[in-house]
Design a protein around this ligand. Sequence first.
Ligand code: ASP
Length: 392
Amino acid sequence: MRGDRRALGSGRVHPDVSSAAVTERAKILIVYTGGTIGMRKAPEGYKPQKGHLQALLATIPYFEDPTLPRYEIVEFDPLLDSANIGPRHWLWVADTIRRNYATYDGFLVIHGTDTLSYTASALSFMLEDLAKPVVLTGSQVPLAETRNDAQHNLLAAMQVLGRHHERLTEVMVCFASHLFRGNRTTKVSVGSFDAFASPNFPPLGRIGIDIVIDWQRTLPARARRPDVGMLEVVELGNATVGVFRVFPGLKPKLLEAVLAPPVQGVVLECFGAGNAPTADPGFMEVLREATGRGVVIVAVTQPHRGSANLSLYATGRALLDVGVVSGYDMTTEAAAAKLFYLFEKGFTPTRVKRLVQQSLVGELTVPSRTGEGSAEVLPWQAADRGSPNTGR
Ligand code: ASP
């Protein structure tokens, strides 16, 4: 990234607003990474274009409305289709938030929809100690098109941040009619405005005529650190992490290649409640050999809804026996980000396995039968953050 291009003093303080009203308005930082929302049609297809989104926003009076937070924008250079976003861009976003943490009440990350859930999941782990809201949004249709979902998504996200910045302290996705916990989301539609779902955790809020937040679901507000402006950022992406989908006809050799060094952790997308072709001795041997070398294999479920609980079926138990662990109802996006995070922290495979099965930032629901009482509390997890089973 070649550095921030920040639109400072871009006339965002509406001239009609009294200074008293201005000081009461929240101030947010928009971190614009790219995506369809600000794209323009080019001969080779839709592409994001420098400065285009900012210029468009300046022409739409709604974004000057005094009921919205004041905002400033920093823009990726170059702007990216989110297919090209990865760990080093997550770090750029996280670092931008960290550097500006004390100055703003909340952060809006504008992102392409294709990998938005991966980034949301990654940020939820990277931003340790987060005590301010971070909302990701994007759109299916560019803001420049006459009928688009971009304006609604941006305005809704800004309203959420403006109204609730004192109580929302997590990484969220605001899209169409929902506010979701970011690490519970997955992209479910290419063509619908309802592009995202949170299959295993109810929305944190509904965006209708009113914006209604379900405060039972949100992470308990964190005490802001007295050393104002402090936010720890954990860089992700140095570990070697993979995702592999089990399918009928799978040749063990293929899985063996995925599990070969230097891989440290793999998210194994299993059938149903965490099942796999365990009757195939070759398959089982490949798993056993890999876990024996310290590779952490986390079972999640291919169906969007539900939990991979390996103690349920004999096939699941066979996986447990060769050292695979349950990822319960985590999305693949969250499970992969979590593996990156836990390895980045330098934990041993045994500790990674244990922590994978606990909720750290609301990314999974621990089935009650598994004895969550033994959950480990990480040093940065303040006692006020609730129980691991209630989404924390
Ligand atoms: N390809 C685009 C992206 O993810 C799609 C979108 O933004 O909706 O950047």
